[in-house]
Design a protein around this ligand. Structure first.
Ligand code: SAH
Length: 251
């Protein structure tokens, strides 16, 4: 039997409320329940209807508040009560956002759901930093990888050395804490120490900071400037294009 309620697994974009989709904005105003992550800003939640119930289900690393199981149960229970639930996630729900796992859970419990894509953080970061991720002269391929380590795999989840030889532009999410080792492995894999790197902290928000560096020195530079998550790391020749076009852009 299908539940009476429905869950909208929805991307909130990278931070700037103006990067919300029209659909996400409408759902913010019409859903009964909003289950939101850490990366969804206060400004975005302020667009929600006054009567909706807003529940934080974020999960910073080491944050004991909110586990995936708890979130799943909240979705299930509210759906069984016939509620319209907005499961709001930073960026796009299917890019390192566990959106797939939540959809699997809902499907296995016969809860109706819909996926609403959002502007992913790396697209927001690249756009607001004037860095084209592909470019006819510099890059015809792009890989988006996690820098996070899976505790069960001691060498991380990405084969960095192989990646270095396989694509022109590498985008790393959740990579700041391990930038030192990531840069080292990419250099071992064949990337030049002078390869351009951009790190965009708090992309698209009023706190956005952009750092341009080289692979060989990026870790030191990030430390020096106390760059914090959330940050997107963009590695490759395309970073150079920023220098050529940024003077005329607003960002
Ligand atoms: N689903 C999200 C990604 C979740 S993983 C998306 O599509 O963007 C969390 C990582 O996303 C962070 O560690 C960081 O690398 C990146 N991120 C999310 N929001 C960001 C922002 N506003 N600025 C920079 N990086 C961001």
């Amino acid at each position: 039997m299908k539940s009476k309620g429905k869950v909208f697994i929805c991307g909130a974009g990278p931070g700037d409320p103006e990067l919300l989709t029209v659909k996400a904005t409408r759902l913010l105003q019409t859903c009964d329940i909003i289950l939101h992550d850490r990366l969804v800003s206060r400004e975005i939640l302020e667009l929600a209807s006054q009567t909706s119930k807003k529940i934080y289900v974020g999960r910073a690393s080491g944050d004991p508040k909110g586990t995936q199981k708890k979130t799943n149960n909240l979705m299930l229970n509210f759906a069984n009560e016939g509620k319209k639930i907005l499961r709001l996630k930073g960026g796009d729900p299917f890019i390192f956002g566990r959106g797939g796992e939540e959809a699997e859970f809902l499907a296995s419990h016969h809860v109706e759901y819909e996926i609403i894509p959002g502007i992913t953080s790396f697209a927001g970061a690249a756009g607001y930093a004037s860095i084209p991720l592909t470019h006819r002269r510099y890059s015809s391929s792009l890989a988006v990888v996690t820098g996070h380590v899976d505790a069960n795999k001691n060498d991380g989840v990405v084969n960095w050395r192989q990646l270095a030889r396989s694509v022109d532009t590498i985008v790393v999410l959740m990579g700041l804490e391990r930038i030192n080792i990531i840069a080292k492995k990419l250099i071992q894999g064949g990337l030049d120490t002078n390869t351009e790197v951009a790190v965009v902290e708090n992309a698209t928000t009023s706190k956005q900071r952009i750092f341009i560096s080289k692979l060989g020195e990026v870790a030191t530079k990030m430390k020096k400037h106390s760059v914090q998550p959330p940050s997107v790391i963009i590695i490759g020749k395309v970073v150079k294009v920023r220098m050529q076009i940024k003077d005329l852009s607003l960002n």
